[in-house]
Ligand binder design. Structure first.
Ligand code: FES
Length: 107
């Protein structure tokens, strides 16, 4: 019989291997988000996943958080702490990083 596991509260997808995000720092953003989650002992609540291209290249590094389907553009490693504290733990997405399909909403 398979073990019963809790599902993650949120999934964070980081564009990691697409043409542009990987050149714009996607790998570093993934590492920073993962480090924040692991160091805070949150790895059973929140999952940081590597993702392929979101087909919105040139706005990277891009991050998408589910289940809210919040898209972030031009994320920097130093934004990781705010994303974890405000969005993942506080349920308040980081508006200054919002992406609306054309670009970051607030520059
Ligand atoms: S490479 Fe990240 S959206 Fe395409």
């Amino acid at each position: 019989m398979a073990a019963i596991m809790d599902v993650f509260e949120k999934h964070v997808f980081v564009c990691f291997s697409g043409k542009t995000c990987s050149q714009e720092g996607g790998v570093e953003v993934f590492d920073a988000l993962r480090k924040e989650v692991f160091e805070r002992g949150l790895k059973t609540r929140f999952r940081i996943n590597k993702a392929g291209c979101f087909d919105h290249c040139g706005n990277g590094p891009m991050v998408v958080v589910y289940p809210e389907s919040v898209w972030y553009a031009h994320v920097k490693p130093e934004d990781a702490r705010e994303i974890v504290e405000e969005h993942l733990l506080g349920d308040k997405p980081v508006e200054r990083l919002f992406y609306d399909g054309r670009g970051r909403i607030r520059e």
